[in-house]
Design a binder for this molecule. Structure first.
Ligand code: R5P
Length: 295
């Protein structure tokens, strides 16, 4: 097995290779003046099992094209199995038709992978793993929820913590936290206007956050609207301190400032997207998943 750390995930890719004690194949890359990407492997990969590590955070189109080019290059150079490790898989939120005549973008991405001859895809907390049904290669969806919960359990002196889901999609994450640490839980119901992107949130169920610490769990923070709205509601319900735990910190359009302004003490995220808040590495999850493939 050899590891090819893509331009978007050099550090993560190199640390995965180090863990296995295998060769790193460096990638020569550049962006042409018109925005197109260039990729060259610095050695042959013929006959090898090739693990390409490339997260596809913004600029996601560039990072995706680089990933496609690397997979295609590995296939052209007659590698054996090709594994794409893309801890944050772009376009995963458009996983169904919300309005008539829309494209299901994540399906398009998966079809391209299949066409390129990818053998395995490893990702972390994809928005909905249901999109992997009917895909012609093996997909592993890893969960970083335990790592996030563990970080809060070990590094903060939380007072009677409540794990909070800011929408129905995040309820599964919160249930996992409850199962691991026995925290109490609660959730909101979120509705998003599919045209304007505006969100509204309301309380679901009965729970008491008064004078307690709340941790909002979500897979993605993009503009920060979801977390900030949930934080303000928790504060108005009497929560003592509010924290944010997120797997993929996209943090676009001033999201960090918006969330802190809403009353959140600290944002803790993973390194599926390298940002200042990426305090937890998913490296070990990836290493275990690769071992399970028995390459
Ligand atoms: C949506 O279903 C996701 O799970 C996140 O809640 C959403 O992507 C967060 O977006 P934003 O930070 O822009 O509210």
């Amino acid at each position: 097995m050899i590891v090819v750390p893509g331009p978007a995930s050099t550090t993560l890719g190199e640390s995965v290779a180090k863990e296995f004690g295998v060769d790193v194949v460096k990638v020569e890359f550049k962006i042409f003046p018109d925005g197109e990407s260039y990729i060259r492997f610095t050695r042959n990969v013929e006959g090898e099992d090739v693990v390409i590590v490339q997260s596809t955070y913004p600029p996601q189109d560039t990072h995706l094209i680089q990933l496609f080019l690397m997979i295609d290059n590995a296939r052209k150079l007659k590698s054996r199995n090709i594994v794409a490790v893309s801890p944050y898989l772009a376009y995963a939120r458009q996983d169904k038709v919300f309005r008539p005549y829309e494209v299901v973008s994540v399906k398009t991405i998966l079809k391209i992978f299949e066409g390129l001859g990818l053998n395995f895809l490893i990702t972390v907390d994809i928005h909905d793993s249901g999109v992997f049904e009917d895909v012609g290669f093996k997909c592993l969806n890893l969960s970083a929820v335990k790592l996030l919960a563990e970080y809060f359990q070990n590094n903060f002196n939380l007072e009677r913590p409540v794990a909070f889901a800011p929408d129905e999609k995040a309820v599964k994450m919160v249930k996992d936290v409850v199962n691991i640490y026995g925290w109490d839980s609660g959730w909101f119901k979120k509705e998003r206007d599919r045209v304007t992107g505006e969100i509204s949130m309301k309380c679901e169920g009965v729970f008491d956050v008064r004078d307690r610490d709340a941790v909002i769990f979500d897979d993605i923070i993009s503009t920060g609207g979801t977390t900030a709205t949930a934080a303000k509601m928790l504060k108005s319900m009497g929560a003592k301190r509010v924290y944010s735990a997120c797997v993929h910190p996209l943090l676009v359009n001033g999201a960090y400032e918006k969330i802190i302004k809403s009353g959140v003490e600290k944002i803790v995220a993973t390194d599926t997207i390298p940002r200042n808040v990426s305090l937890i590495s998913v490296k070990q999850l990836i290493v275990e998943a690769l071992k399970s493939l028995n390459l």
